[in-house]
Design a protein around this ligand. Structure first.
Ligand SMILES: Nc1ncnc2c1ncn2[C@@H]1O[C@H](COP(=O)(O)OP(=O)(O)OP(=O)(O)O)[C@@H](O)[C@H]1O
Length: 577
């Protein structure tokens, strides 16, 4: 036995209003869309007109193609049936609608829908649909060809049908439509496409609709998607993780003000306003259907944004610099994968160095090797000393910077990058003369004994700046060794045994306290001939060097600092105990 599905209209309307459409407001969009489609169906030269009248409910009339009685039965009373698909079920290209559910959205705000329609010379028809699923069809009063849809408000939804609301909504969705739409006699269409306006007006448009005064406006054109529009560049930094929505029109009808997925993720610095005749909506008409065509369109738009950046670099580098200062995070993220963007960063993005803020290109021209510190801490530790030795150093500690430098070197054989290890720096310090070295031996032996328990090696070198008495240097191997020793002291027996076995293989070079023999204070300390006082002084230098280099102060270090300070005070302040 064969039966036919029954449809519970109330259930369907509930589904639409709570799960498909974002808000009952979209009923206006669906009605406008049907009217425009009906006008399109008459032919290309037909002067379309849509009139909306509010008051007691809402009435929307069009001078479109209209429906015969047979079509009314077939199309209006069958959910999911649409005249806008061909025999194979594909959306007919020229129409906005395609799903055959749009009219139902009116039940979100109305209890009763009346469609009074006439097609050509066929007799006029009146169809009345009720929200409980009943409908009647019969002959209607005489009228011109076209259709009038009347909504009788549902209790509690009256405000959706009020004149002011309808004017706002019809303007929002329909202001760019190619047919004239009036609400209570007032025309809401006829707006010039925002991207076709002169530059100054486009900026005002952005301020009014997007809420910001754009840094720049970029024309967008993707013929394959029948897309034209503009990208408005944000004037302030945005969180790259925050997804910005775009204002998308399909065949000049607003799809949504907050469409995602139109731009690649890196392009978070732009908000687009576009119209497309080819991209497809999802059934809710809140989003674009994520298909190959959308992906191709996204790529094409990305190319145009990239082109804008390249043009800016060629014609107005100062402005590009401004842009990079605002949106460097996005551009740098992009440069990790995109060679062209990497070049842009290299040429135009000033990085922090110990010689001031300069671009990588400039740095390379002046200093050859791209020498960088991998973390902000390392940079701060080394910047001044390196500068005093004419060693230029880039702070690679900002997000992506070290990776970008390495990528640049990997890409281009001419570019050399070198991560500066603190221990590399100590090899640039000059040893003191042999005779001085000999003289300093007893002093060094005495202070070394005092710093042994902190795992630190004391050496004397000559380096600039002379004002710097000492420097605490931790090489990568030594930093590892320190962590290792700390874990060993906390480990239980089993794990401790494993660590001990490992310790045979880890490098053991210790952090160094490098005393600067060019520094007058250091010379005086070394010449004291008083082991106790020299020891206290070197311990103090050790503490100062730790703090200068932003090194962590361990409990042992803190205790040493206190005793050395008290010891020095004891020696400095005269009088009997
Ligand atoms: N104003 C109108 N003039 C002529 N025909 C109309 C009008 N409104 C609706 N129709 C007919 O009723 C059918 C169903 O309309 P409905 O709005 O439910 O779906 P649709 O517009 O085809 O698709 P979508 O769900 O995508 O809006 C339409 O395909 C169209 O043939």
């Amino acid at each position: 036995m064969s039966n036919t599905f029954q449809v519970d209209l109330r259930g369907i309307v509930d589904l639409l209003s709570h799960h498909l459409y974002a808000s009952p407001r979209v009923y206006i969009r669906e009605l406008l869309q049907n009217a425009v489609d009906a006008i399109t169906a008459v032919g290309p030269d037909h002067a379309g007109r849509v009139e909306i009248v509010t008051g007691d409910g809402l009435r929307i009339s069009d001078n479109g193609i209209g429906l015969t009685e047979a079509q009314v039965h077939e199309l209006l009373a069958t959910i999911g049936r649409s005249s806008k698909r061909d025999e194979l079920g594909f959306a007919r290209h020229q129409f906005l609608g395609q799903f055959g559910i749009g009219l139902l959205s009116c039940f979100m705000v109305a209890d009763e829908i009346r469609v009074h329609t006439r097609r050509g010379d066929a007799p006029p028809v009146l169809w009345t649909g009720h929200s409980d699923g009943r409908y009647e069809v019969g002959p209607g009063p005489e009228r011109e060809p076209g259709t009038t849809v009347t909504l009788l408000p549902r209790r509690g939804s009256e405000h959706f049908l009020m004149g002011t609301t309808v004017t706002t909504l019809a303007g929002l969705y329909g202001s760019l439509l190619p047919v004239t739409v009036t609400v209570d006699g007032q025309t809401v269409t006829g707006d010039v496409l925002p991207w076709d306006r002169p530059q100054a007006e486009r900026r005002l448009y952005a301020e009014a609709t997007l809420g910001f005064r754009p840094f720049d406006v970029i024309d967008l054109n993707v013929p394959a998607a029948g897309l034209s529009g503009a990208a408005f560049v944000l004037p302030t930094p945005v969180n790259p993780a925050s997804r910005g929505g775009h204002r998308v029109y399909l065949k000049r009808m607003l799809l949504s003000e907050n469409v995602e997925g139109l731009l690649p993720e890196w392009a978070f610095f732009a908000r687009c306003v576009v119209d497309s005749s080819e991209l497809r909506p999802t059934a809710s008409r809140e989003a674009l259907y994520d298909d190959g065509q959308l992906a191709e369109t996204r790529d094409a738009i990305a190319d145009q944004l990239r082109g804008w950046l390249a043009r800016l670099a060629a014609t107005d580098p100062r402005r590009l610099g401004e842009f990079l200062r605002i949106h460097h995070l996005g551009v740098k993220a992009l440069a990790l994968h995109d060679d062209e963007m990497l070049r842009l960063v290299e040429q135009w993005y000033p990085m922090q160095t110990n010689m001031g803020e300069i671009t990588l290109a400039e740095f390379r021209a002046r200093h050859g090797v791209l020498r960088y510190a991998a973390t902000d801490d390392e940079f701060r530790q080394l910047a001044a000393v390196a500068a005093a030795q004419d060693l230029a150093l880039i702070n690679g500690g900002y997000v992506y910077d070290a990776d970008l430098i390495e990528r640049l070197a990997a890409l281009d054989a001419e570019v050399r990058a070198e991560r500066l290890d603190p221990s590399d720096l100590s090899t640039r310090f000059l040893p003191v003369e042999a005779e001085v070295e000999l003289r300093l031996r007893p002093f060094l032996a005495a202070v070394q004994r005092r710093l042994d328990r902190l795992g630190c090696e004391v050496v004397v070198r000559a380096f600039d700046p002379v004002t710097l008495p000492s420097l605490y240097l931790v090489s990568r191997a030594a930093a590892f060794h320190e962590d290792f020793t700390a874990s060993r002291s906390q480990a239980d027996d089993l794990w401790g045994g494993v660590l001990d076995a490992l310790s045979q293989t880890v490098p053991t070079d210790r952090p160094q306290l490098v005393l600067n023999h060019r520094n007058p204070l250091v010379r005086r300390i070394a010449a004291l001939g008083d082991d106790e006082l020299a020891g206290l002084a070197v311990e103090s230098l050790y503490g100062q060097a730790l703090m200068l280099g932003h090194h962590p102060i361990r409990p042992n270090d803190a205790a040493l600092l206190t005793t050395s300070l008290l010891g020095l005070l004891d020696r400095a302040v005269p009088g009997e105990a």
